[in-house]
Design a protein around this ligand. Sequence first.
Ligand code: G6P
Length: 625
Amino acid sequence: MCGIFGAVAREGDVSGALLEGLRRLEYRGYDSAGLAVVTTRGDLEVRRAEGRLAALAARLRESSFGGSASVGIGHTRWATHGAPVERNAHPHRDCGGELVVVHNGIIENYLDLRRDLAARGHRFASETDTEVLAHLVEENLKAGAGGPADAGALARAVHVSLAGVRGAYALVVLSRSHPHTLVAARADVPLCLGLARDATYCASDVPAFLDRTREVIFLHNGEVAEITAGGYALRRLEGERVERAPTRIDWDAAAVERGGYPHFMLKEIHEQPDVLAAAAFDRLDEARGDVRFEDPLFDDDERWRKVSRIDLVACGSALHAGFVGRFYFERLARLPAQADFASEYRYRAPLPADGALFLAISQSGETADTLGAAREAARRGLPVAAIVNAVGSTLWREAHGVVGTHAGPEVGVAATKTFLAQLVALYLLAIRAGRARGALTVEQGRSRIHDLRALRAHLGALLEGQTRAAIARIAEREKDAKGFLFLGRGLQYPIALEGALKLKEISYLHAEGYPAGEMKHGPIALVEKALPVVALATSSPLLEKTFTNMQEVRARGGKLIAICSRGEAAASEVADEVLEVPAVPEDLAPLVNVIPLQLLAYEIARLRGCDIDMPRNLAKSVTVE
Ligand code: G6P
């Protein structure tokens, strides 16, 4: 949902660093991109281009900056206000060409602000909400005392300007008259600073500068940062100074590179055995048949005993993980659980229940609807727990207790390894709750822990085995299908939803996930040869019932692809194509079965020539409602 990046260096040229930083943020939006620098000659120069970052890089090759620049800002856009064309690309300028702004978020009162500014003679060049920021800062910079020698003037102008702005934003301002400073501000949209020895960076997300520094300051809502090559000063919008120690990020810088894979998505699919280990193994306590979390909220047995219900809330793939989590809490901890779309939950005014625990699930920790739902739950007095991948993100900070998923940075827009890590976190939490509430004995806890340890090898075998070749064959045959239906029962129903979502997201084929037993109430009308049906038919007490549903498809001339446990002979008689997966205990099957579906979506998207890591219209982190 737009990536912003800024750099101020003691010396040398930052334009390469800016482009590189934007490349790592391109997953956040790719409708257009732009850069602005102040050159050593004192000129403020801007280059923008519609489309991918590659178009901006080409523009820069044709028309390079007229000199070296040690300060600059950049932006990669996911369009909200105004079509994705060059005049709406950031950075946006003021009237006089004195300053530029990049912004992520939405200025809610921009129409009022724009009308007032236009009445005072400002001329607008775009249809964006962002442009009002440039004109507001322009006015306040002119009105304020102090010229170029007054280092604090730009920050003061930003402070004054933001007092009248309503909405969500992360923004960075660069001015020709203050070429040694960037001013950045945040309200409800992520922004962080990277502190290096000879430069300071600001970005929407840590991977943008991870190859340059691991020392990070996360801005909080309502904070403004004045950034120089030597460091930064933080103030609240109201003016008071804020001191904060940097957080050291231990993600591997290589993790944000493709490492020999043609796409991030494929690399991230292949990382899943290691992600399982990173998310789980250090937390397993074999002796007690239990799980230990870093956050004390989850270690308090008494607290778990008092929980009466769990409200799992998330968006997209994270919600599908939540649907699996509902089963885990009910089965392992005998704890009622419900799972809901964050965008619905937050406005539904859910009935408060004594002892309810709210559990948000989010890779980015910045999804606007998930944050909105978590805040609504907190307002109603519920304790807010969260499963989050992005360390230091807003949800991470605002939740009363956090389970980090430790999956490392995920760059592919379609979630894969972080979905698996969310399933692991939910499984661990359910074991913990089950042990604390007496629903699981030590022995039962131990056996589940043992199963989880054994799963790593199974995932590895699945990724290295023959499945990939079989999937490639199916993909080749079905790449032009009119759509796909994914069916599953019980724990496999959420995986059917996730399989359909992956395919839709990256191949643009229509796909539906459905409970296998419910298919006869509608989707069965779609069944014909041109609609492949993928049935999740691994070992479970419901398997016979799933077979019956598969027969129903078969009897109507449907084409059946079945995901089956190794050695499950019956499936081959019903299905046209069988994808074998390792046999694992039923509760862990979602972690296994999702992998062939991720690979199927990947192969089909590849054959259809789609942009797998950056599918059209999507963004990885959705910071608007
Ligand atoms: C976007 C992404 C999805 C993701 C969802 C929730 O739609 O494209 O892959 O599942 O947001 O994101 P979160 O960061 O909250 O998990």
